[in-house]
Design a protein. Sequence first.
Length: 410
Amino acid sequence: MAALPRPFTAHLFEEDALPLDEDALEVLETLSRADLETVLDQALDLLPEGAGDRLVALGVPRERIGTPITTQALRDDPGFAAILAGQRALSIEDCPTRLTAICQRALQAIAGRVERAPIELALPRYGRDTVFGGEVSSAIRALQGWLGTGGVDATLGKAEATAVLTLLDAPSSKPPRMFLPTGPRIEVPPGRYTSRIVHIARALATATSEPFYITVDRRRYSYKSVYFGTKPSERPPKGLLRAPDGVAYGIDDERPYWKCNVFGGMVLSLANLPVPTFRVGRFRHYPRAERFGPALARKPGWKLVRYLDHRDPANPTEARSGTVEDAEIKDLLTRTLPGDYLFVDHPGEPGEDGGHTRVCVDAATPEDRDDEVAPLFAQASHSAAVLRRDGMTALSGGAELQFWLLRYTR
């Protein structure tokens, strides 16, 4: 059989590349149709979730895409079952094509699903080629050394087969879905990008039990509202909260942070709208809330509808408050429309306590416009992203130093 495509195998050797994640799908777009066929035949069990969707988008027929191997399929295979029973072993002396192929798939499945598995298990040169050669021998020895099964003779016997099933039976090692659930279709009338902002912001804030799926530039993203809390009870794959254009945040309970700017930025990224980012190591981040407003106002298509500066000239870390300031805040809230962004800067030293980012999904109701004036905002909160009405009670009386109300107008 042909060797696996070099761009694909090169990715396998990148640091922390295995198990593969959605980033690995990008390499598929660089491959020819013949190379994609080779990957499907010889490395299917290395592919991450959603790979089938990406392959179909690249022109591969859905029926051509197989199913990742399961532990039940291993148990049902007569040859592998005989190894489990101690009746035979896969070795250079006993390596029929079918048994070799299914054991190769089992090794690749471990490489593709189990953290810190030896790279040799991926069979990164030839993959599942059905041949018991040097690559298979190296993989079995690597497995034996990793598991401490005591074997040193490149023979996959009962101890190794049992360990394979134990590893793949773990909840964290379940077979990836080649085709992910279909996400909601977002219909955007020409020139009405605000409807896209509102739809995505609502979907993120209400994805409490089932995740929200969306495809941007042929890549699927999945979110739940808990990802946007300071200490999420659930984590996305590999602990990374990702968005288009190379944006990613590591979620770590040891270093919790307020994710209101992350929530607001991701809504814009997923809507394919201009949004400011800056590089932090391998990834890009969104500005803090008190910097987000001015930075977004400089992006094409964004209009600064209202800016309020309530900093006390005698002490810029404190806010002025009174009837004049309250009237200005009330006017700002009255102007706030669905799709608008409201950024505020909290009292204190710049950057010390940051600010807050809100995405308006519904204007203030007519009955409260004479007093509370509280639009409905999608935003991050302590435990998750939520929908909440915030008005004069939350924002007036010296609660904030500065306000930026922005609107996309194209």
